[in-house]
Design a protein around this ligand. Structure first.
Ligand code: ATP
Ligand code: MG
Length: 172
């Protein structure tokens, strides 16, 4: 379906903001991470042909990773920008980062940077492999840029449709 990606990403991030407030009620839970989500979105509404549920799964995984592999209190910056015919979503964290030698492998099935540490965090190492599959099915690209000890940025680029909200109304 043709989806307003600005609205959809806002909706996904709102859920992460809500999780934060709810979890903070129980301050004894040491697994509760504090984080701040910053949003920097293009003003123009962009329409992308998406399988909404699958796209939510992709962004959920990248957000969960950003939280899971960051110390408490990190800032996660989400940007939505447009190039000539693509929309780019970037999600940056201030976490552990990924060693240079592993950057080419994080989208492989079952790959995890530090086996022992990652096992303690839970998960299967499938999240990014599935994300890559989903984004490529949408004719998009997904990649990562990271500095060990400083943080990581995951990028998703998708082709957008040149439809305005007005065009959609005219169709009906
Ligand atoms: P799953 O998503 O299946 O629950 P997972 O999070 O370990 O498990 P992926 O999401 O595929 O698996 O990520 C693969 C590996 O890449 C992770 O185990 C981690 O080592 C590394 N990684 C992913 N995102 C980040 C990040 N934001 N910062 C640091 N390392 C990351
Ligand atoms: Mg994951």
């Amino acid at each position: 379906e043709l989806v307003n990606i600005n609205g959809l990403v806002n909706y996904i991030l709102d859920r992460f903001d809500m999780m934060l407030k709810k979890d903070k009620i129980d301050t004894r839970d040491i697994k509760t991470k504090n984080y701040t989500i910053k949003r920097d979105f293009t003003k123009r509404d962009l329409w992308v042909e998406l399988d909404t549920d699958k796209f939510i799964q992709v962004v959920d995984n990248i957000m969960n990773n950003a939280i899971k592999y960051s110390p408490d209190g990190g800032v996660i910056t989400c940007r939505l920008l447009e190039t000539h015919n693509n929309v780019i979503l970037s999600i940056s964290d201030q976490g552990l980062g990924i060693p240079k030698k592993d950057l080419g492998h994080v989208f492989d099935r079952f790959f995890r940077v530090d086996k022992a540490r990652s096992r303690a965090q839970g998960g299967t190492g499938l999240g990014l492999a599935i994300s890559k599959e989903v984004i490529e099915l949408h004719h998009g690209r997904i990649w990562v840029d990271s500095v060990e000890g400083k943080g990581s940025t995951f990028y998703i680029s998708l082709p957008y449709e040149e439809y305005s909200e007005e065009d959609l109304w005219d169709e009906n």
